[in-house]
Design a binder for this molecule. Structure first.
Ligand SMILES: [Zn+2]
Length: 281
C-alpha cells in the first residue's frame, strides 16, 4: 500500500479492526454478557455491568499513546525506515511513544515471521559475521565485544540469521541441522567449525577467498551481500543496545526476505498476526 492508497483509510480504526489489530466485541470483556451496545464514536457499553470500554481494549495498542488515526501512517514511516526522531516529528508524537510503537512492530516481526517450520534447501551459503563493538582493528572470529551472528542463505530464496553464543562447530552444526534440509549443497569458507557438515548428511563445498571467481558457483556472495546490507543499515542506529540487537537483526532479515514484496502489507500481516497471538495469552 502506498501513501495515496493509504489516504482512503481516513478512518483507520475500521481498517485496524478489519485486520484484527483492534478487537471486535460481541460480548462484554468484564462480565461476558452479550447485551452490549456502541456508544459515543467507538466506545462500547455493557447493559449488564454498566461498564464502558474503548476500541483499544484487549489489543496490542492498549496503553500506547498513539491516536488510532496515526497508526497506519506510523507503519508507513517504519516501512520507509524513517528514524524514530523524524517519525515523531512527522506524527506529532513524542520520541518515546514512537520508539515504543516501532518496538511493537519489531516484536510482531520476530514473533510471527520466525517460522521455524520450513527449512532451507537446494544451494545454501553459510557464514558467520560480527556486529557491534567500538574498535575497528579487532575484527574476525572471536573479536572481543562483538556479537557473533550466524547466517544461512538459500540461493534465490530466503536468509535466516541468528545471534549465537559462540562459533564452535557444535553451535553452527546444530543450527545447520535445524534449518537446512539434508542432502542440500552447502557452500562455506574454510573456517574449521564447518568441518563435519558431510557427516550430518549435507554436501559441502569450501570456497577459497583468494580465488573464488575461478570456481564458477563456488562463492558465498549471497550471504556476504546480506552482511553488508545489514551493517549499512545498522550504522544508522550508531549503537544498538545489545539486548535489543536480536530485534533489529530480525527486522533486517524480514526486510531482506520481503524485498520483492509490498513491505507495508506484509508488516500489517505480521502486526495482525501478533495481535491474535498476544490476545490468546
Ligand atoms: Zn459487562
Amino acid at each position: 500500500m502506498n501513501l495515496i492508497e493509504l489516504q482512503q483509510y481516513t478512518i483507520s480504526e475500521e481498517f485496524l479492526r478489519a485486520e484484527g489489530i483492534l478487537k471486535q466485541f460481541d460480548h462484554c470483556p468484564y462480565c461476558e454478557s452479550t447485551r452490549i451496545t456502541r456508544i459515543r464514536r467507538s466506545k462500547h457499553k455493557c447493559y449488564e455491568c454498566r461498564k464502558e470500554w474503548g476500541p483499544r481494549r484487549g489489543s496490542i495498542l492498549e496503553g500506547l499513546r498513539v491516536p488510532l488515526s496515526r497508526v497506519l501512517i506510523a507503519i508507513k514511516l517504519f516501512e520507509l525506515d524513517t528514524s524514530v526522531r523524524e517519525s515523531a516529528h512527522q506524527l506529532g508524537l513524542s520520541y518515546n511513544t514512537v520508539y515504543d510503537l516501532f518496538d511493537l512492530f519489531r516484536k510482531s516481526i520476530i514473533r510471527t515471521d520466525n517460522d521455524t517450520s520450513f527449512t532451507l534447501s537446494g544451494e545454501i551459503e553459510m557464514d558467520e559475521s560480527y556486529f557491534g563493538g567500538k574498535r575497528k582493528g579487532n575484527r574476525g572470529r572471536g573479536a572481543a565485544g562483538k556479537i557473533p551472528v550466524f547466517g544461512i542463505l538459500e540461493r534465490g530464496g530466503k536468509v535466516r540469521v541468528e545471534v549465537v553464543q559462540n562459533v564452535t562447530g557444535e553451535t553452527l552444526l546444530t543450527m545447520a541441522i535445524k534449518k537446512v534440509k539434508r542432502g542440500s549443497l552447502i557452500y562455506t569458507d574454510k573456517f574449521r567449525s564447518y568441518n563435519g557438515l558431510i557427516s550430518y548428511g549435507f554436501r559441502h563445498m569450501r570456497i577459497d577467498h583468494g580465488k573464488r571467481f575461478v570456481n564458477g558457483k563456488v562463492y558465498i556472495n549471497g550471504i556476504e551481500g546480506f552482511w553488508s546490507f545489514a551493517k549499512e543499515r545498522l550504522m544508522k542506529y550508531h549503537s544498538v543496545n545489545p539486548r535489543k540487537f536480536p530485534l533489529y537483526l530480525k527486522e533486517l532479515e524480514f526486510r531482506y526476505n520481503h524485498r520483492h514484496h509490498d513491505l507495508y502489507d506484509d508488516l500489517v500481516k505480521c502486526i495482525s498476526e501478533y495481535s491474535r497471538v498476544a490476545s490468546i495469552q
